[in-house]
Design a protein around this ligand. Structure first.
Ligand code: G4P
Length: 547
């Protein structure tokens, strides 16, 4: 009888523990976490809004747009704060579509472009690349795609604004392939453009979706005609159909067929054509994200890889945002859940500080309601209010010593020296910059020679935010001035002697960052190249991992 009792107990235990495991696995499988990469004006905001419309998360077009037009580039503290308040709310948009939970992470562009934009991409599992079909591949897209490449993030491509005169679609694919070095697999193909835009042909389903302008609602279904040889089509658009058939033949012959494995390994991108503002082609990209883009995958945590469906909770901080209210110095740390289940009120370990924290006032993001979400799974983002003790790259777990990797710092492209009006505030200035540097708001370089600190950023807004925060949080009235630094590279070498020689000989251009890493501050592109040639034993890095 004793054996039977144990058996029953074992059975019960198994039942109790396996239920949450199955729930976690199911919740992970239905999650998709992605960000949009695009150049300003390509249509990110418009598309975001249409995606939310589809999911029923918002009822009215113009909701997201309205927020955006309320933004101003200004150094006024309150305005920046207001702006940031907006961006806290729109930083992560979670919504449901076809029984999937979609987390859309905002990648701030325009004046908001900053290192956060890059870091957000370390927290996604896939990305949607939006290209203005009239303009083709633009500068910011190139940069953001480089960041995606670091983790071989799968990319879905949307060619936008086909309701306008655009560039030749074949030429666009060619440009994506040659400039972005990613293979294109067209899934839909445009029929005409501008005034003669008739719709798109779905190459995999052999059907034509007819274009109808001005769809403001989510359920604006468009007419579908089966088969490219359907006589109805050539009756309706004799000219365009002839052109389409020629192009499709070319496309079948010259471009790559869609291959899920190649997409998942980041070497191929499925390409869709459409018009975000007309809500045309948007459903297809949402379906591609659900059907093809990956659910959360395992993540490297240095000691081992962490699977998303593991029971213990874990995650890492990829972004810090200061609170809206200057009276409170609270910040929100954005944490990407990597495994397990977050429950409101649970206790987790802040691993860098070895401290237990209770997650009671966590911010969650649901675009459809103001309700507090009480749980989260791998792929979800939660916001942890804190007083400045959480940093970018910090890992959290239920106790196991994990260190999630892959949160890079990027070589800044904009530089300023800092001067203060009141020299008695030097100590506060250093303290403030140290903390803002650790927080990732700006990069701080201390030259080996000289006493001026040099700030580095990838977006100008970063300097404005730092100036405002120095004043409001540290009482330091700082003046930022131009420098002759044009780019920075972190320097490393196994050859310690070369490294030491480098530091002494180029002391005027060598600096340490806030984390104590050696960097070279180049005065021009030529200067950087020459220096690299002269010091062949040193490695120059454009990124560095968060230590
Ligand atoms: P962004 O977030 O990537 O910067 O782009 P956003 O969505 O704000 O779009 C930039 C401009 O492009 C907007 O026009 C928007 O209406 C327009 N746009 C977006 N998608 C399409 C499209 O499919 N077709 C056409 N023709 N235009 C599109 P704007 O004049 O700058 O702004 P607004 O005053 O119209 O709001």
């Amino acid at each position: 009888t004793a054996a039977t009792t144990t058996d029953i107990q074992d059975g019960q235990e198994a039942a109790v523990t396996s239920k949450p495991a199955a729930t976690i696995a199911r919740e992970v499988a239905r999650r998709r976490t992605f960000g949009i990469i695009s150049h300003p004006d390509a249509g990110k905001t418009t598309l975001t809004e249409k995606l939310l419309l589809f999911s029923g998360a918002i009822q009215l077009a113009g909701t997201v747009k309205g927020r955006k037009s309320g933004r101003h580039a200004t150094s006024d503290w309150m305005d920046i704060e207001k702006q940031r308040g907006i961006s806290v709310a729109s930083s992560v948009m979670q919504f449901e579509f076809r029984d999937h939970v979609i987390n859309l992470l905002d990648t701030p562009g325009h004046q908001d472009f900053s290192e956060d934009t890059y870091r957000v991409l370390t927290a996604v599992d896939s990305a949607l690349m939006v290209i203005d079909a009239a303009k083709g591949v633009e500068e910011q897209t190139i940069k953001l795609l480089d960041v995606c490449r670091m983790r071989a993030t799968p990319i879905v491509t949307f060619m936008n604004k086909l309701d306008r005169e655009t560039r030749d679609p074949l030429e666009l694919l060619d440009e994506v392939e040659s400039v972005l070095k990613i293979e294109c697999a067209p899934v839909t193909w445009p029929i005409g453009m501008g005034k003669n835009f008739r719709g798109v042909y779905h190459l995999l389903n052999d059907e034509v979706m007819l274009f109808k302008a001005g769809e403001e609602k989510a359920d604006g279904a468009y007419e579908i005609i089966k088969g490219i040889d359907n006589p109805r089509l050539s009756e309706m658009f004799p000219l365009e159909m002839e052109q389409l058939k020629m192009e499709v033949e070319l496309v079948h012959g010259a471009s790559h067929p869609f291959d899920l494995e190649r997409f998942l390994s980041g070497v191929q991108t499925p390409v869709f054509f459409g018009s975000a503002i007309n809500n045309f082609g948007v459903r297809e990209i949402l379906s591609a994200l659900i059907d093809w883009a990956p659910a959360p995958r395992e993540r490297d945590a240095t000691v081992r890889a962490v699977r998303p469906d593991e029971q213990p909770f874990s995650g890492f901080v990829f972004k810090i945002q200061a609170n809206m209210d200057p009276a409170h110095r609270d910040r929100i740390a954005f944490l990407r859940v990597c495994s397990g289940r977050f429950e409101k009120g649970m206790k987790v370990k802040h691993l860098r500080l070895g401290r237990e924290v209770k997650l009671s006032s966590v911010v969650t993001f649901m675009a459809s309601s103001r309700e507090q979400v009480e749980e989260a799974y791998a792929g979800d983002i939660i916001g942890l209010p804190n007083h400045g003790n959480m940093q970018i790259g910090d890992s959290f777990s239920e106790g196991e010593m994990l260190t999630f990797t892959g949160i890079p710092y990027f070589a800044p492209e904009l530089f300023r020296t800092v001067r203060i009006r009141n020299p008695l505030k030097t100590k506060q200035l250093h303290k403030g910059l140290q903390q803002l540097g650790e927080e990732g708001a700006v990069q701080v370089f201390k030259p080996v020679m000289g006493s001026d600190l040099i700030l580095g950023a990838v977006g100008v807004l970063q300097f404005e935010v730092v100036a405002s925060r120095l004043l409001n949080e540290y009482g330091v009235d700082a003046v930022f001035e131009g420098t002759n630094t044009s780019s920075a590279r972190w320097v490393s070498s196994d050859d310690k002697k070369s490294l030491a020689d480098f530091e002494t000989q180029l002391a005027h251009n060598v600096a340490y960052d806030a984390a104590g890493n050696l960097a070279y501050l180049a005065t021009s592109g030529v200067n950087l190249r020459l220096t690299q040639e002269r010091w062949p034993k040193l490695q120059f890095h454009a990124t560095r991992e968060h230590a």
